[in-house]
Design a protein around this ligand. Structure first.
Ligand SMILES: *Cc1c(COP(=O)(O)O)cnc(C)c1O
Length: 370
């Protein structure tokens, strides 16, 4: 059977009774939209992060869109982020009419090179948007210093970093606001789409709640700004509640898989993930690097029926849909070099030891040949 980088089916088999009970309990509750499950999940997800507020939204992309709008980002403004990210980070900036400004990444962690941010700040900069990519956090202290100096809000993109720690702080608790995705593959995944914005700022939270609900505080009356229908679904919220209590277990599972990979490839020329000082990695994806990446992927597919993935094969600034941003090839050299050589190994908590060993053996035999 084809082995993929992601898979939720083994987990579903294990948790099926709980998941089906969650669905049934919502269907029987008589309240299908913005009911008790969303409310409880918001309280529990906020508590997990030690912050007072959480607003559930329909997906991670809209979590960023709504948060940017609430932070006052709009047409003509600039938002500093990275090109090595899931396109939605950048789509969200585009959706509010702002201009994404990219800085390059670190060669070892593939995360935002914060030392380049100062030079990217202009009088139009309205927000700093670090992406805690792959499951570990951007170096926050120098970014926070810049944010304070220039009076700029930080919006953390935490779509890949549920539960990640940074010098003892948890991802999502460090910025003015933080956006999460609960896309099924994510470290905390729903059985469909979902997202959330957490914050310590009561006003940010109140504005977010209005924006996700047409701009209303209560039915039929748009208070200040026309909004969206961007609510977290009640069924997904109840499933997420059930899974949130197991989040730390999922993370432990991912970390155990990562430890086995690191050990298995220590004596090879495959570059395994570097962990930045002070970080606890949650391994949303297990990204490795090799100059003959394409050959390795092809051989794994054709000889071993292992179908790998690349996160991400095309840096956002090189995609034709973003040509209008004016970043030519060569403008972000580290981002571009890394994108040609990275790929991801199977990583999800319910990945069996047998399947991981099958992957390790296959990759090792291919490495011996390429
Ligand atoms: C998944 C992801 C998003 C978007 O989340 P969706 O729920 O798919 O809309 C945004 N940013 C990053 C870094 C992601 O990985």
């Amino acid at each position: 059977m084809t082995l993929f980088v992601w898979g939720y089916l083994p987990e579903y088999e294990k948790e099926r009774d709980d998941i089906l009970d969650a669905v049934d309990s919502v269907f029987r509750s008589g309240k299908l939209v913005l009911g008790p499950s969303v409310k409880s999940f918001e309280a529990e997800f906020a508590a997990y992060h030690g912050v007072p507020h959480c607003a559930g939204v329909d997906n991670g992309t809209n979590a960023i869109v709504l948060a940017l709008r609430v932070l006052g980002v709009g047409p003509g403004d600039e938002v500093i982020t990275v090109s090595n990210t899931a396109a939605p980070t950048v789509l969200a900036i585009d959706a509010v009419g702002a201009k994404p400004v990219f800085v390059d990444i670190h060669e070892d962690t593939y995360l935002m090179d914060v030392a380049q941010v100062a030079a990217a700040i202009t009088e139009r900069t309205r927000c700093l948007l670090p992406v805690h990519l792959y499951g570990q956090c951007v170096d926050m202290a120098p970014l926070e210093a810049l944010a304070a100096q220039h009076n700029l809000p930080i919006l953390e993109d935490c779509a890949q970093a549920h539960g990640a720690r940074h010098h003892g702080r948890i991802a999502g608790s460090m910025g003015k606001a933080a956006a999460f995705s609960f896309y099924p593959t994510k470290v905390l995944g729903a059985y469909g789409d979902g997202g959330a914005v957490i914050t310590s700022d009561a006003e940010v939270d109140a504005s977010l709640r209005r924006l996700r609900y047409y701009g209303m505080e209560s039915q039929y009356y748009v208070v200040a700004t026309p909004g969206y229908n961007s609510r977290l679904d009640e069924v997904q919220a109840e499933i997420l509640r059930r899974k949130l209590v197991r989040l730390d277990q999922y993370i432990e599972g991912r970390r155990a898989i990562a430890a086995r990979y690191a050990e298995a490839f220590a004596d090879t020329d495959l570059i395994t993930p570097a962990i930045a000082p002070g970080n606890t990695h949650v391994y949303y994806v297990y990204v490795v690097r090799h100059p003959r990446r394409d050959q390795i992927i092809e051989a794994l597919k054709s000889e071993y029926d292992i179908s790998l993935n690349i996160s991400y094969p095309w840096p956002v600034h090189t995609q034709s849909g973003f040509a209008h941003l004016g970043y030519g090839k060569g403008s972000l050299p580290v981002t571009e070099a890394v994108a040609d050589e990275i790929f991801s190994l199977p990583m999800y908590p319910s990945l069996s030891v047998a399947d991981q060993e099958r992957t390790i053996d296959a990759v090792r035999s291919i490495l011996a040949k390429v």
